[in-house]
Design a protein around this ligand. Structure first.
Ligand SMILES: N[C@@H](CCC(=O)N[C@@H](CS)C(=O)NCC(=O)O)C(=O)O
Length: 191
């Protein structure tokens, strides 16, 4: 896949859009970040995770993007420049692609600050032909799975609650029924 590296009078750079664990744990060096959204996708807990938040016997549930013409998904875009580009892509290739089953796509990102125009950004998406793709389930069933799964990086509950916390802190105006219904159902199970 060809990446769109933006070359300006300053320095070549690449924007990477995160909408799941990347919003609260990018774990790579970047020049700056912007909160904003991409259009035409919904965020769904429909991807399995048998490494970070689950294992082969009990895969956890993590988010991916599904095409949805009328929807938009909020997250964070990170700008990486110079050596940060190679370092971040190498790191994310292992974390997202090799261990997570995500593939890359270029999408149009719109920052919240309206004074800035839209940007092209790289995003990691797990498609339905992915071997660990779990697909749709009710919030109750997704919660029951998240409540009992953990993996090499930690509990699946942490993954869910950190994402919900990000949305409340940085996107308080956004109504994400899918995310918050799963959060409520999970907390009802564990508290
Ligand atoms: N690609 C999405 C989702 C990324 C994601 O959650 N990937 C999992 C891999 S299955 C991950 O990195 N997990 C790390 C963790 O759970 O702390 C994003 O942009 O945030």
């Amino acid at each position: 896949m060809k990446l769109l590296v933006i070359t300006t009078s300053e320095k070549p750079s690449l924007w990477i859009f995160g909408y799941g664990s990347l919003v609260w744990k990018p774990d790579f060096k970047y020049k700056r970040s912007k909160v904003g959204y991409i259009e035409g996708y919904s965020r769904r807990f429909w991807h399995g995770d048998n490494f970070h938040r689950g294992d082969k016997d009990m895969p956890g549930r993590v988010v991916t993007l599904v095409e949805d013409h009328d929807a938009c998904t909020w997250g964070v875009a990170y700008e990486v420049t110079d050596s940060q580009m190679e370092e971040s892509l190498q790191y994310l290739n292992v974390r997202e692609a090799v261990l997570g089953g995500y593939v890359t796509k270029m999408v149009e990102f719109t920052p919240r600050e309206k004074c800035h125009g839209s940007l092209l950004a790289l995003v990691y998406i797990a498609t339905s032909d992915n071997p660990i793709y779990l697909g749709p389930a009710t919030p109750t069933d997704i919660a029951a799975q998240i409540a009992i799964c953990r993996g090499n990086t930690g509990h699946n509950i942490e993954y869910l609650l950190r994402l919900a916390e990000f949305m409340r802190l940085y996107c308080p105006e956004v109504e994400d029924d899918h995310l918050f219904s799963i959060e409520a159902a999970t907390l009802a199970l564990v508290i």
